[in-house]
Design a protein around this ligand. Sequence first.
Ligand code: GLP
Length: 243
Amino acid sequence: MLSHLQFPDHEMMSANTADIIADTIKADPSLVLCMASGHTPARTCELLVEKILNQGIDHSRLSFIGLDEWVGLPGNNEGSCRYFFEHKIFSPLQMDPSQYHLFDALSNDLETELRKMDQLILKKGIDLMVVGIGMNGHIGFNEPGTPFTSLCHVADLDEITTSVGQKYFKEVTTLSRGITVGLGHLMNARHLILIANGARKAGVVQRALEGPVDPSFPASIVQRHENVTIITDFEAASLLGKS
Ligand code: GLP
């Protein structure tokens, strides 16, 4: 089942997304949560932390999986996904390192990183997965052409991803590969949430929800998921129903 929740602005969609995540943790304290970093979920993360702390929600058994990472970037680079999660989630919630699982993008054995994450996900299962959408329709670093059955993998990034990705960095940064949880794992997540905001995402949201379901546009996979919630602001939803 696919449902679409729309809110007037980014703040309201972030508050509602944070509510859903917080309520899900409350209902199942040993939840396995897999999340994307990036500008879209940044406010959701802040509000989620506020809600967890203010409501005293038990997060001591929560397991967290980072969706993706730029290969070769150190965790102290402000544009890395590790930096994002450490500052927005792990440190404010004082999470124990045993609770969170991120790809080591500096590893000289990425194959082992991939298999470790695959095994973890196959063993625990992902209860709730919160993803964004890139300007080429990617989810995580599942770039156009990625098979819908893919497990964790390293991807050569396409030109749109490497140029749009500069927005996370203070200085021009060489980005060429990404390591990511695959679309096969996404399909098996018990609940999938895709979030998008802003007018510039309207075209990709329309293609994801109303275009053909095809690996050339990875986010179209949401149309096949059994339990997916799309959460957008009005701007990102502005082209829906208009083609
Ligand atoms: C990035 C990441 C994705 C993210 C997407 C959208 O490149 N690999 O995980 O969801 O692009 O990012 P943003 O939310 O900043 O628009």
